[in-house]
Ligand binder design. Sequence first.
Ligand code: SF4
Ligand code: FES
Length: 241
Amino acid sequence: MEYVFRILRCDPMKDEHPYFQDFSYETEEKKSMLEALMDIRNEQDCTLAFRYSCREAICGSCGMVINGKFDLACRTMVDSLKSSVIVIEPLPNLEIQKDLAVDMEPFFEAVRRIEPYLFSEGKIPEKGHRIEDREMDKIFQYVNCILCGCCYSACPVVARDERCLGPAALAKLFRFVKDPRDKRPFSNWSRVNTETGLWGCDTVFKCNEVCPKDVRPADGIEALRRKLVVEKIKRIFRKER
Ligand code: SF4
Ligand code: FES
């Protein structure tokens, strides 16, 4: 089968604007988009830049836009696209470093801001901090996030205001706030009670649509909003802040 790979190219060191470059690609084998990109890089243009690591949808490095759809290159099979012309673009909302590799720092900075680790209390038990299966079931969907950045990149709120935390960070915060082992104080997580945090989300659910791991970050944002409002009301009755 013959394909045309139309890849967005840009080397900010020398190109004024990004441009599309076509590559002919032929394969009779079942290949993932990542394997095809590696073939093109190895056989046609060694300057083609893209990011990957695990090759099995775990590390989150190979997010890109393939024929208009946000996905991981390593889990997208070339023949599943049902098209002989395949358009590949880098994740939007993030600066291009080179070709399909973007600067993920704003995304990781947003995740760091919510302090994405367990706030435990007391000594660590001998067998570690345990969690009941039924409690794990409640957060499992959010634990599956591989930090690929697709949701952040597709988010229209992040597009118009780069100060916004974005879907992955907020869903991750909900994952910890909901975790019975996490003892972070209300004053810590309620810091997202802002226009660029929890209330910035327009609930257009683009993040749910594009997430390759079915995390459904918008569900986490809505659940965290409900939790915040309930906690605030409880505190008003207890005359706490
Ligand atoms: Fe990627 Fe989904 Fe995590 Fe967003 S929530 S970073 S789309 S895995
Ligand atoms: Fe790791 Fe694709 S290479 S998710």
